[in-house]
Design a protein around this ligand. Structure first.
Ligand code: FE
Ligand code: FE
Ligand code: ZN
Length: 276
């Protein structure tokens, strides 16, 4: 089954997101665990969770992806910021225990001048505090564009984080097509090469989700500005190869393109038409 969806607003709850994605023609969605910029979180509505679980089963929604807030920086220089990352992630994952078997994605963070090694050390430190044996969620590291001092724009960095984390078996990877292209992985000219490099360095068994975005900027620009599908420097032909690649086609794909709901609906329709 082709698993396709987009980023949705969580403000009206899970059942609403479920109904929304079905109305857009999709079967999975991503949402922010809390306001992406701010920190607070509203109480979970158990009735809504139960209603969503039933709805997801009836409508063949196989999984959902929760995205941590952008303000979460596990490798900040500032202890307060790192403490927020710890508290937010711990709380987000506790809440996700109510929807077992899903995925939680976060940005490895920006080391802000401390260097990649120190940054990786701080990320591992956080994960060692947050991950626990009875976790019901797979925690995904997102591949980054390498803007500023971002950690995670090289597969080697992601691999090191996974290797050094005590409970690394709880970790997976979400590959963002705009980010890897901006980071210098040529998914347009040599998709097979990038997939084998991912396999050699991280392992394809770790790849759990794809953020499907075109890029406003050229190859290796380290910029991270998403574009609508087929309207950027990645282009529709490359996107078609990505969604049909034997190593990728079974993964869930999430659009984070600059669209309102009607635009997402069109892109989902287009991608379903291209999926073989
Ligand atoms: Fe992201
Ligand atoms: Fe992304
Ligand atoms: Zn991005």
């Amino acid at each position: 089954m082709f698993k396709i969806g987009c980023h949705l607003s969580a403000s009206k709850g899970f059942l609403h997101m479920g109904e929304e994605i079905v109305s857009l023609g999709g079967n999975t969605f991503q949402y922010f665990s809390r306001n992406p910029r701010g920190g607070s979180v509203k109480a979970l509505d158990m009735e809504d969770i139960e209603a969503f679980r039933a709805f997801a089963e009836e409508n063949d929604i196989p999984c959902v992806l929760c995205h941590a807030p952008y303000t979460l920086n596990p490798c900040s220089k500032d202890e307060k910021t790192r403490d927020f990352a710890f508290r937010a992630m711990t709380e987000d994952l506790e809440r996700m225990d109510l929807l077992p078997g899903n995925m939680y994605n976060f940005h490895p963070g920006s080391h802000v001048g401390q260097g990649t090694e120190t940054g990786i050390g701080l990320i591992v430190e956080l994960l060692n505090r947050v991950l626990r044996e009875n976790l019901k969620t797979t925690v995904l590291l997102e591949t980054m564009a390498g803007k500023g001092s971002e950690v995670g724009s090289r597969f080697e960095e992601i691999a090191q984080i996974i290797e050094k984390t005590d409970m690394g078996d709880k970790l997976g990877v979400c590959l963002d097509t705009c980010h890897v292209f901006d980071a210098g992985y040529d998914i347009v000219g040599d998709l097979d090469g990038v997939v084998s490099e991912f396999d050699r360095i991280i392992g394809l068994d770790r790849l759990k989700a794809i953020h499907l975005n075109d890029s406003k900027n050229p190859f290796e620009s380290h910029k991270d500005r998403h574009e609508k599908i087929g309207e950027g420097s990645i282009g529709l032909e490359a996107v078609e190869r990505i969604i049909n690649h034997p190593a990728l086609k079974e993964l869930p794909f999430y659009l984070e393109t600059p669209n309102e709901l009607p635009g997402y609906k069109k892109e989902i329709e287009l991608l379903k038409g291209l999926s073989k």
